[in-house]
Design a protein around this ligand. Structure first.
Ligand code: PGA
Length: 256
C-alpha cells in the first residue's frame, strides 16, 4: 500500500509572520490526518522558521527547488546539502513554473534529481502538459518525454526515494481541475512506464501525486483514483483549513 503524500507548495508566498502562523496551524492539527504523510514546502528563507514551528509534529519539510552543484561560485543558488542541513527531506524539482517561467529543461531537472538523491533528499519530480499540447493530442508523448528526460540514469534502487507529480499546466492555479478520467489516464500511463523502464516492484512502490487546483471539494474524488497517491497543492495549501481538509480526504481514502 502506498501511503498518500499530501504536499503543500507554498511557492513565493508568505512572510515570516504568516509562514509561522500557517505552520503552527498545520502542526496543531496534523495528528488528525492519520495514514497520510504531510509535507510543507515553504520558500527557502523560511525553512528554518517553519522547521522550528513544526517542532515534533508529524509534518515533513521540503524545498521548492535546488541547484545541482554541491558548492562554490554559483551566486544565488542553494545546494541539496544545504537543504538537508537545514532539515529538509524533500525537494520539488521541475515544477511547471520553473520549466516554463525560468526555462528549465528536462536535462536541468535530471541533474537536480541526481544531485538531490546524492544529498539524501527525496525529489518530487513534476511533469505536465500545456493546454495546447493536450488539445493537439500530445499529452502522453509530452509526459513520456519529460519522464524519460527528467529521470534519465536513475536506478531502480534510487527510485524508492523518488516521488512523481503529474500537474497539467492548464490546471495549475486556474481553478480548472483535470477530470478523474484525465488524471487517472496519465497516472496509469506513468505507472506503466515505471514498470517498463524498471520493474513491477518499482511501479508498485513509487508514489504519483496529482497537482493542479486540488481543493477540499475535489480532493476525495482525485485521491480515490487507483493510481493517484497524493496531491501537490499550491493555492489551497496556503490556508491551513483547506490543506487539512485535503489531508483528511486522503485519510478517508487510505482507511476505506
Ligand atoms: P495549485 O498549484 O494547487 O494552486 O493549482 C499546484 C502546484 O503548482 O503545485
Amino acid at each position: 500500500m502506498r501511503t498518500p503524500l499530501i504536499a503543500g507548495n507554498w511557492k513565493m508566498n508568505t512572510d515570516s509572520s504568516t509562514a509561522r502562523g500557517l505552520a503552527a496551524a498545520i502542526a496543531t492539527r496534523a495528528v488528525e490526518a492519520a495514514d497520510v504523510e504531510l509535507l510543507v514546502c515553504p520558500p527557502d528563507v523560511y525553512l528554518a522558521l517553519v522547521r522550528d514551528t513544526l517542532g515534533n509534529a508529524r509534518v515533513g519539510l521540503g524545498a521548492q527547488d535546488m541547484y545541482h552543484e554541491t558548492q562554490g561560485a554559483f551566486t544565488g543558488e542553494t545546494s541539496g546539502g544545504m537543504l538537508r542541513d537545514i532539515g529538509a527531506t524533500y525537494v520539488i524539482l521541475g515544477h511547471s513554473e520553473r520549466r516554463h517561467i525560468l526555462g528549465e529543461s528536462d536535462s536541468d531537472v535530471n541533474k537536480k534529481v541526481v544531485a538531490a538523491l546524492t544529498a539524501g533528499l527525496k525529489p518530487i519530480v513534476c511533469v505536465g502538459e500545456l493546454l495546447e499540447e493536450r488539445e493537439a493530442g500530445r499529452t502522453a508523448e509530452v509526459i513520456r518525454t519529460q519522464f524519460e528526460g527528467s529521470l534519465a540514469g536513475i536506478s531502480a534502487d534510487a527510485m524508492a526515494s523518488v516521488v512523481i507529480a503529474y500537474e497539467p499546466v492548464w490546471a495549475i492555479g486556474t481553478g480548472k481541475v483535470a477530470t478523474p478520467d484525465q488524471a487517472e489516464e496519465v497516472h496509469a500511463d506513468l505507472r506503466k512506464q515505471l514498470a517498463a523502464r524498471y520493474n513491477d516492484a518499482v511501479a508498485d512502490k513509487v508514489r504519483i501525486l496529482y497537482g493542479g487546483s486540488v481543493k477540499p471539494d475535489n480532493a476525495g474524488e482525485l485521491l480515490g483514483l487507483p493510481n493517484v497517491d497524493g496531491a501537490l497543492i499550491g493555492g489551497a495549501s496556503l490556508k491551513a483549513d483547506d490543506f487539512l481538509a485535503i489531508a483528511l480526504a486522503g485519510t478517508a481514502v487510505a482507511q476505506a
